[in-house]
Design a protein around this ligand. Sequence first.
Ligand SMILES: Cc1ncc(COP(=O)(O)O)c(C=O)c1O
Length: 432
Amino acid sequence: MSYAERTKTSRELFEKAKKYIPGGASYSLRYFEPYPFYVKKAKGSRIWDVDDNEYLDFWMVHFAAIFGHGYEPIINAIKEQLDYGAHFGWCNEWEVKWAEAVCNWFNAEKVKPANSGTEANMYAVRLARAYTGRKKIGKMEGGWHGGFNGLHRAVNYPYEKSSSLGLVEEENVVPLPFNDLEDTIRRAKEEDLAGIILEPVLGATGIIPANEDYLKGLREFCDKRNIVLIFDEVITGFRYPGGMQSYYKVKPDLTTLGKAVGGQYFAGAGGICGTSEIMDLLDQIKKPNFWERSFHGGTYVGNALTMRAGYVTINELERKKDEVYPYINSLGEYGRKRIEEILKENKFEAYVTGVLSMIGLHFTKEKPINGVTVERTKNKEISRKMFSYMLQKGIVYQRPETPHFAISTAHTKDDIERLTKEFEEFLKEIKE
Ligand SMILES: Cc1ncc(COP(=O)(O)O)c(C=O)c1O
């Protein structure tokens, strides 16, 4: 049966959605052609749409669900919490437990919760400015930190184009080339930077890991110039014990968090952690006058539901780290290796990227090492065809033009086999 025949209810929902929601989808990223399926339930590595079609999911709640969908220790804790109340508008014990768990995980001195990864980055940028008294922030071409003005530049290729209508402040954002230390330093030296923010593994650009030397060089450069180095670990923070900063052994001054830090499934997933020296600029006791302080807050920030879910997630990861990480990382490694072998056997030009439990696939003519090399020779048509092919086979991931795959503890080797076998079939089909 074709997608259209199988997804009649989704199509009806989409028609209705278009009347009320611009583009018919809660987040334009979730739209794909001809129309998105609407999910009814999810468990483990599977999701089911409103027409009861099952899909093998490699998107995993935007890479948040390291334990897969509907992970019981989190869901059970949340059910219990709902009986007490989701949010009180007052301090609660879970924010304290959560804060201790986050600081221990990242070896950070202080942390504050935020309502999203976007919000965490917004406050981190402001903190860098507050700390240094400077305005400009360096960010990577292709780096994604959420939709707020302060970092919404050089997100989409071509990077010279404005990434959105309605932006202000673009002149204070300085795009830098990921993994090219010489050029990064050359460009950064021309500006008076308050901070440099980057994902240690570019996420939305298709899982491009940093070279260790790049991160070490950036750290040195920032130290020399008293620039605040910020790692956006919204995706990566819990993909390795202690985050990618622990994997690469490079310590940022501030780390921004989201997704798993709020329990995988819940709004309010965000946080900023780092040194007391910088974080204390948020301290209303040490800095009683608002003009000496950098603002942070929000109605739903630190709500008991998210804090508890985040705490349970971190606790579970800490408790089970000796099983969780070897397992999901070995599936990632296996997937990358198989896709590479299949490309070689079929003499097909494409590149596999990624690290640990994250896989990227790039139909490019050059090795993708940063935003420009991911984008400039990309064959979007093949990428989109692959997405449609996989959708037809009941395998889903994001994004149609930049395939990347998140592996959770709920995935099995069979799931990876299924993905790679279908990939092989797809290559055969397009070669014919
Ligand atoms: C690296 C990174 N930073 C920030 C964000 C923004 O987080 P949120 O969507 O929770 O606002 C995302 C979201 O995908 C992300 O991948």
